[in-house]
Write a protein that binds this ligand. Structure first.
Ligand code: ATP
Ligand code: MG
Length: 582
C-alpha cells in the first residue's frame, strides 16, 4: 500500500464529540468517518482491520464445524409476531414498510429468521447437530448511541445459532462456542474474562459474556480473585453480611420535616444508610409494587425484571404519585403500606432497628424490625453487588471492574423452536422442538475494544493480528534519490517475503510522517533517514516501544518476520476457565 495513493485522512486534532480513545483514534488515524450518530463509514485501513477480525472469527467458526451463511437484513413482521418480539423489541428495532405497506424490521438479531430457515429445511435428527453463522450488518436504534464503534446504531455482528436434538447435545455445542469465542478474543489481542450474564430480551437460562476490561466499559463485572467467580453485576449474586445491630425497642414515629432522601434522613437521625429502608414504588404494568433495599444499595432493575417476570415497569413518576395519594413521595415505608405487593431484598432478612418512611408527610418510623413491624410478599435478590461484597461461592471479598461486552452466548433451549413449531423427527418417528443456542460477537465493537486496550497518547498500537499492515516503511527525505530507491526496494522485497507493507511515499516532513505513523499504529516501522545516507542503515522500531535496531535494508524483511512470529499471541486456549484480570 502506498500512502500517497490510499485514502488515509489523518487528523491532527481530536474531533470534538469523540469522548473515548478508540473513537478518537480510529477517526484521527483516518480509519473511519461518522455518517450520523452511531453510523460509520469504514475507510481502507479501517476496513482491513475489520476484515482481519472477521477472518479470525471465520477461522475459529469453521474449525468448530459451523457453516457460514448470509441472511437478509429485512425481516418480515409476521416472523417476529410468531415469537412475540415484534411488540416486545420496542423502538430499538428499526422498522419500515415496503410500497405495499407490509411491515419489516431491520434485523437487530436473527433468532426468528434462522428458526424459520431451519424449520423449513431441516426435518430429521440425522441432520443434527447444525451450527450456522453469518457476519453481517445489524441495526439497533439505541437510546444512547455513543463511544464510536462501541455502541452504534448500525454495526457489524457475527451471529451464530446451534440446533441440537437434546439438552446434552445443546450444552456440548455451547461449550464449543465458549471455547471458540475465547480463542477469537485472545487472537485479536484482547485481555478478557468470561462472565455469567443475564439473558435479557434474547431469553433462555444459561448465558456468558466475554468482557474486555476497560475504564470506558459500560458493564460492571463482579469477580472473585480467590475462586474465579465472575458475573455481570446485573446478575452477580453476593453474600449478605449481617447489618450492624441496634436497639430492640418498639417502633416510634419521629418528625423528619423536609427530609426525604436516605442521605437526609440518615444524617438527620444519625443513622447509617444501611439502617434506612429505601422503599421504591414501581408501576409494574398497571399496578404499583414496592421494592425495598437498604439505603446503602440500589435496586437492580435487571434482577427485579427476573423476579417480576416482566420488564414492563418503571419508577413512579409525578402523575403516578398523584394517582395514588396514599403513597407519599419521600415518606413511603413498608410498615402499614396497603394495596401494594412488597418485594424485599435478601439483605432485609432479620433486619432490626431500621428507619423507614411512616407513610405520613414529614414523618419516619424508627426502631422498625422486619417480621414484627413490616412484612414482605417476597424476599428476593434485587440489589447489586459492589466492591468488597462477599463472593457467593467462596465468601472472599469480590472486586468490581468496568468491562466492554464484546460477545455473548446463550443456551436458548426451545425458547424459539417451540412457539415457532420448529421440529425434527427422531429415530422413532417422534417430533421434538430443536434445542437451540445463540452466539453473538460484535465485530466492530471488538475492533474498538482492541483499540481501547492498545493505544498511547500518540495513537494506536495495533496487535499484529488485526493491524492494517505489518510494516510501515518511512523514507524521510524523498528528495534524495538513494533514499527513495532503497525504500522502494525494501517495499518490494518485504512484500515478496509475505509482509503487508505501507510505504509513506509522500513528500512530507519527517514530523508529519512520524506523527501519522504513531497515529496509525502499524506494529513495525523501518525509517530511512540520515543514518541511511551515511552508513546505509535502516532504523527498525516496534510501535509498542523497545529498542531501535540499526540494520542494512536487505536484512529488514527477515528480521520483521521473526519479530512478527514472536508478537503473535499464542492460540492455546484458556477456554473452560475464566481468566482473571490482575
Ligand atoms: P449491550 O448490552 O452492550 O447493549 P447486547 O447484550 O444488547 O449489548 P447482544 O444482543 O448480546 O448485545 O449482541 C451480541 C453482541 O453484539 C454484543 O456482545 C456486542 O458485542 C455487539 N453489540 C450489541 N449491540 C451493539 C451496538 N449497539 N453497537 C456495536 N456492537 C453491539
Ligand atoms: Mg449481550
Amino acid at each position: 500500500m502506498r500512502f500517497s495513493a490510499t485514502l488515509i485522512p489523518t487528523l491532527r486534532e481530536s474531533p470534538a464529540d469523540a469522548e473515548i480513545a478508540s473513537h478518537r483514534l480510529l477517526l484521527r488515524a483516518g480509519m473511519m468517518r461518522q455518517v450520523a450518530s452511531g453510523i460509520y463509514n469504514f475507510l481502507p485501513l479501517g476496513l482491513i482491520s475489520l476484515e482481519k477480525v472477521s477472518r479470525i472469527i471465520r477461522d475459529e467458526m469453521n474449525r468448530a464445524g459451523a457453516q457460514e451463511i448470509l441472511m437478509s437484513v429485512l425481516q418480515p413482521r409476521e416472523l417476529w409476531e410468531e415469537s412475540g418480539r415484534w411488540e416486545k423489541y420496542g423502538p430499538e428495532m428499526m422498522r419500515m414498510q415496503d410500497r405495499a405497506g407490509r411491515d419489516f424490521g431491520l434485523g437487530p438479531t436473527h433468532e426468528e429468521m434462522i428458526t424459520d430457515l431451519v424449520r423449513q429445511n431441516v426435518t430429521s435428527y440425522r441432520q443434527l447437530p447444525l451450527n450456522l453463522y453469518q457476519i453481517a450488518v445489524k441495526f439497533r436504534d439505541e437510546v444512547r448511541p455513543r463511544f464510536g464503534l462501541l455502541r452504534g446504531r448500525e454495526f457489524i455482528m457475527k451471529d451464530g445459532y446451534s440446533f441440537d436434538r437434546d439438552e446434552e447435545a445443546m450444552r456440548h455445542s455451547y461449550q464449543r462456542m465458549y471455547e471458540s469465542y475465547s480463542r477469537i478474543v485472545e487472537r485479536c489481542g484482547c485481555e478478557f474474562m468470561v462472565v455469567e450474564a443475564d439473558t435479557g430480551l434474547i431469553g433462555g437460562d444459561v448465558s456468558h459474556e466475554f468482557s474486555v476490561p476497560a475504564a470506558v466499559g459500560e458493564d460492571k463485572i463482579a469477580f472473585c480473585r480467590a475462586c474465579g467467580y465472575a458475573a455481570n453485576v446485573e446478575r452477580a449474586e453476593y453474600g449478605r453480611r449481617p447489618l450492624a445491630s441496634g436497639h430492640d425497642e418498639p417502633p416510634e414515629m419521629v418528625q423528619t420535616p423536609g427530609k426525604r432522601s436516605v442521605e437526609e434522613v440518615g444524617a438527620f437521625l444519625s443513622v447509617p444508610a444501611e439502617r434506612v429502608v429505601k422503599c421504591m414504588i414501581y408501576l409494574v404494568e398497571d399496578r404499583p409494587v414496592a421494592v425495598l433495599v437498604t439505603g446503602d444499595r440500589e435496586v437492580n432493575e435487571t434482577k427485579l425484571a427476573k423476579v417480576l417476570g416482566t420488564d414492563k415497569f418503571r419508577l413512579f413518576e409525578e402523575k403516578d404519585w398523584a394517582a395514588y395519594p396514599d403513597y407519599i413521595s419521600g415518606y413511603v415505608g413498608p410498615a402499614g403500606l396497603k394495596g401494594v405487593q412488597i418485594i424485599g431484598d435478601l439483605q432485609l432478612e432479620g433486619a432490626r432497628d431500621m428507619v423507614c418512611g411512616a407513610n405520613r408527610k414529614d414523618f419516619h418510623l424508627v426502631h422498625v424490625a422486619y417480621g414484627n413491624d413490616f412484612q414482605v410478599d417476597r424476599m428476593a435478590d434485587v440489589s447489586s453487588a459492589r466492591e468488597g461484597d462477599a463472593c457467593p461461592r467462596c465468601g472472599q471479598p469480590m472486586s468490581v471492574v468496568a468491562g466492554i461486552e464484546v460477545a455473548q452466548i446463550f443456551q436458548l433451549r426451545t425458547k424459539y423452536s417451540e412457539p415457532m413449531h420448529a421440529l425434527y423427527v427422531d429415530e422413532h418417528g417422534q417430533k421434538h422442538p430443536f434445542m437451540m443456542g445463540t452466539y453473538g460477537i460484535g465485530v466492530s465493537r471488538l475492533l474498538a475494544a482492541v483499540a481501547e486496550q492498545h493505544h498511547d497518547q500518540r495513537g494506536l498500537i495495533w496487535p499484529v493480528a488485526v493491524a492494517p499492515a505489518h510494516l510501515h516503511v518511512i523514507p524521510l527525505n524523498m528528495a534524495e534519490g538513494a533514499v527513495r530507491d532503497a525504500a522502494e526496494r525494501l517495499y518490494q522485497t518485504a512484500g515478496e517475503w509475505g509482509l503487508e507493507v505501507l510505504i509513506d511515499d509522500r513528500d512530507e516532513s519527517a514530523g508529519v510522517k512520524f506523527a501519522d505513523a504513531d497515529l496509525l499504529g502499524i506494529p513495525f516501522r523501518a525509517v530511512l533517514g540520515k543514518k541511511f545516507l551515511a552508513e546505509g542503515l535502516v532504523e527498525l522500531q516496534s510501535r509498542s516501544g523497545g529498542e531501535k535496531e540499526m540494520l542494512p535494508a536487505a536484512g529488514v524483511p527477515a528480521r520483521v518476520k521473526g519479530l512478527l512470529a514472536q508478537d503473535s499471541p499464542s492460540v492455546t486456549s484458556t477456554a473452560g476457565e475464566s481468566p482473571v484480570w490482575e
